[in-house]
Ligand binder design. Structure first.
Ligand code: PGA
Length: 249
């Protein structure tokens, strides 16, 4: 079975509804012949607009986070059912900015991932080491811990709806990309963890993306690596021409 690569944009806290409409409308014709799966993870408030603008196209809409409870007193949070109702297909969990600024832990990342899977959503789970961890030679240890933590109690069947994004934190929004070889090597480690947990077939079929300053210039080199099955794109996903170039790498 050949797996389809997946290029996802992570818009972070960018774009109003009016800007969303404009961006998606510009993107539709540019990515219509894409060979990969194309996803835009937009702010919650842009979901409806993005979906309308993407209707009939090959662009799928994702969210950037989800809470683990079905409902209740969790001010400011959004449930998986709420996302489902808006026909969101993908949701990010464990993005490093969530871990860094909003106190996400391996445990909450796991809870959010499970809730999304339970609701039938697909999940892009992010893992990646800090610069200090890389410099201390702890990259393998960190991504192993994060991967095991994120996938706790997730069945082999559910894993089919999981994509992992390897994003070295020091490469996010900094213009510093991991070398294609480094990214490939770390993704290989993550795949080995998946193999230990779920067996060879699951490890081979799970898609693992690279993320961190991926752009039109470096996309081809990164995507040519054996272990890299896609990209999670921040900055470059905010400009339709740039994102399209990555999609059509
Ligand atoms: P970047 O962000 O492409 O701007 O580095 C990637 C991400 O945070 O997902």
């Amino acid at each position: 079975m050949t797996k389809k690569t997946i290029i996802a944009g992570n818009w972070k806290m960018n774009k109003t509804n009016a800007e969303t409409k404009e961006l998606i409308q510009a993107l539709v014709p540019l990515v219509k012949d894409a060979k990969c799966e194309v996803v835009c993870c937009v702010p919650f408030t842009d979901i409806v607009t993005a979906r309308k603008a993407a209707r009939g196209s090959n662009i799928k809409i994702g969210a950037q986070n989800v809470h683990w409870a079905e409902k209740g007193a969790f001010t400011g949070e959004i449930s998986a059912e709420m996302l489902k109702e808006l026909k969101v297909q993908y949701v990010l969990t464990g993005h490093s900015e969530r871990r860094q600024y909003f106190g996400e832990t391996d445990e909450t990342v796991n809870l959010r991932t499970k809730a999304a899977l339970n609701a039938g959503l697909k999940v892009i789970v992010c893992v990646g080491e800090l610069l200090s961890e890389r410099e201390a030679g702890k990259t393998a240890e960190v991504v192993t811990r994060q991967t095991i933590g994120a996938l706790k109690d997730i069945s082999k069947q559910e894993l089919k709806r999981v994509v992992i994004a390897y994003e070295p934190v020091w490469a996010i929004g900094t213009g510093k990309t991991a070398t294609a070889q480094d990214a490939n090597d770390t993704i290989k480690i993550i795949r080995k963890v998946v193999r230990k947990l779920y067996g060879r077939a699951s490890a081979n079929s799970i898609r693992i993306q690279y993320g961190g300053s991926m752009n039109p210039k470096n996309a081809s080199e990164l995507m040519a690596m054996k272990e890299i099955d896609g990209g999670l794109i921040g900055g470059a996903s905010l400009k339709p021409e740039d994102f399209a170039k990555v999609v059509n790498y």
